[in-house]
Ligand binder design. Sequence first.
Ligand code: 16G
Length: 243
Amino acid sequence: MIKKNSPIPIYYQLVELIQEEIENGNLKPGDALPSEREFSEKFQISRMTVRQALTLLENNGQLYRIQGKGTFVSEQKIEQHLLGLTSFTEDMTARGLKPSSHLLHFEIIPAGLQVANQLQIKEYDPVYEIKRIRLADDVPMALETNYISANLIKGLTEQIINQSIYAYMEEQLGLIIENATQTIESSIAEEKEADFLKIKSGAPVMLIQRNTFLQDGTPVELVKSIYRADRYKFTIQMRRKNG
Ligand code: 16G
């Protein structure tokens, strides 16, 4: 309930009330929220206060509005812990979601200078250029472009790429993928990317770049991924150095 004499601002109490309803499942993705007028009458608060709360939740990505129809609960974001070096297939399977890929492009090309430098191969050495839409339960989550040395990872096929590249490297080639450097930046979806991800052009996305290495330090892949910011969030565990 809303406490008028609490030091917590009223709009924020309403934010927390709605968040609680979402967390305990009383409000599910796609459910419509009561109107501003209904909230205002129920809690005896002004419509401006209700609007302030709804706007904050909308900006958080927890609610979305459809002009003339109302306010609805968004899909929950997939939370990825940045702790283990995992593949998309492993990440989705661990969440009970069905991973799949839609292959957009698969070709062996001569490496450009930048790709060659990062993969520590020679310019013009053959590399696979792979573009995939990665889906979870058939919903597009990310658009991924990989560069992999074709001399190092032999025998990649469309069938393998439609499943898991990491599984192929480890289980079929016996390689040990050991570590990676990953950067995450915010960005906005360009028109083509937005089409593939089924979001609006200009919607927020996260640009993730990963350089992955084998146990002996050999670079094994260079990946640029565009993740939907409305469906993904990353969690990092931090430990304060003691002493
Ligand atoms: C993840 C990795 C990507 C890797 C892919 C392998 C990020 C940002 N990227 O998407 O670097 O190539 O998994 O997935 O997490 P696969 O084994 O399912 O093909």
